[in-house]
Design a protein around this ligand. Structure first.
Ligand code: IPM
Ligand code: MG
Length: 358
């Protein structure tokens, strides 16, 4: 197969982890006889530095013309000032919106070898295998926002806004995915308080009627947050809005041992999908060859699976990750006694070497 992949190295540590994922994709191409063409573009703080804009028009055009997009992370403390008129994160949000990738799949799987790396008790997380489907192009991230001043008091507001079709398409996708898994969907909202959540719940319940073979429940987000660390094994597919999904997946990453382990894939009705680790740009570790590239490598596996429909190749990458962990290699974030500490590049090399050897 021939495929054009746009890579967006982004900010902080993210060029380092994207390089390792590209290394792994090169190895996949070599072993399975594919021709992957990579082209790099700017987004986030790196793009602001070079062009003044967080998502230059050329970047979006290049992404739209490719088969898949692999992104690291964006974010640079230089632009953290709340009054900064332009921010790296705007580039990421504009990219998600521009590619219309409305569903962000965030699988949370615990590798057996990392059972003791998690801060949560092993017996609680032993059998976790869940998938969060986060709505990605709507909700409070994209609703009207602003500041206003009444009688000298400054105020600010953000709006959580959802249309029925926006909820329907992401919930439907969650049900379709659940059919290929353990057939259970939990829709997460805050319907006891928010009107947008009441509409979400009504719509999700209606979609559920089309899937009588799939179990369905609605849950408040506060309860879901508690259950994720108390009984995480009860979840199969969780579908939720943009902000709740953002928060719950950082929490869920601790089940997998580290933020450095959790991949994600954002898909929409058309190509290309956007694949990125859930973690941020971790600026303080930049250039030290210490961060974990596995979340980005597993995002590349999702890219193979969802955008290129190369299931065997995706599985080969996941098996290679598992093999390297089983051999005892660990980056700093998941290190335990009796394991071998390796850097970002070495972890990438080890995983790439094992592609096609399983
Ligand atoms: C994520 C990140 C982003 C988000 C930030 C960087 C804007 O936290 O992908 O989870 O909130 O969506
Ligand atoms: Mg987040």
């Amino acid at each position: 197969m021939e495929a054009r992949i746009t890579t967006l190295p982004g900010d902080g540590i993210s060029p380092e982890v994207v390089a390792e994922a590209v290394k792994v994709l090169h190895k996949v191409a070599e072993v399975y006889g594919h021709a992957f063409e990579f082209e790099e573009a700017l987004v986030g703080g790196a793009a602001i530095d070079a062009t003044g804009e967080p998502l230059p028009a050329e970047t979006l055009t290049l992404c739209r013309g490719s088969d898949a997009v692999l992104l690291g992370a964006v974010g640079d403390p230089k632009y953290d000032n709340p009054l900064s008129p332009v921010r790296p994160e705007q580039g990421l949000l504009a990219l998600r919106k521009g590619l219309e990738v409305f569903a962000n799949l965030r699988p949370v799987k615990l590798y057996r070898q990392l059972l003791h790396a998690s801060t949560i008790k092993p017996e609680v997380i032993a059998d976790v295998d869940l998938l969060v489907v986060r709505e990605l192009t709507g909700g409070i991230y994209f609703g009207e926002r602003g500041r206003e001043s009444t009688d000298g008091t400054l105020a600010a507001y953000d709006t959580m806004f959802y249309t029925v079709p926006e909820v329907e398409r992401v919930v439907r996708l969650a049900f379709d995915l659940a059919r290929r898994r353990r057939k259970k969907v939990t829709s997460v909202d805050k319907a006891n308080v928010l009107e947008s959540s009441r509409l979400w719940r009504e719509t999700a319940s209606r979609v559920a009627e089309d899937y009588p073979d799939v179990g369905f429940e609605s849950m408040y987000v506060d309860i879901a947050a508690m259950r994720l660390v108390r009984y995480p094994c009860v979840f199969d597919v969780i579908v939720t809005g943009n902000m709740f999904g953002d928060i719950l997946t950082d929490e869920a990453s601790m089940i997998a041992g580290s933020m450095g382990m959790l991949p994600s894939g954002a898909i929409g009705a058309h190509k290309p999908g956007l694949f990125e680790p859930i973690h941020g740009s971790a600026p303080k570790y930049t250039g030290q060859n210490v961060v974990n590239p596995i979340a980005t490598i597993l995002s590349a596996a999702m890219l193979l699976r969802y955008s290129l429909e190369l299931e065997d190749e995706a599985q080969a990458v996941e098996d290679a990750v598992e093999a390297v962990l089983a051999e005892g290699y660990r980056t700093k974030d998941i290190r335990e006694e009796g394991t071998t500490l390796v850097g970002t590049r070495e972890m990438g090399d080890l995983i790439a070497e094992r592609i096609g050897q399983q």
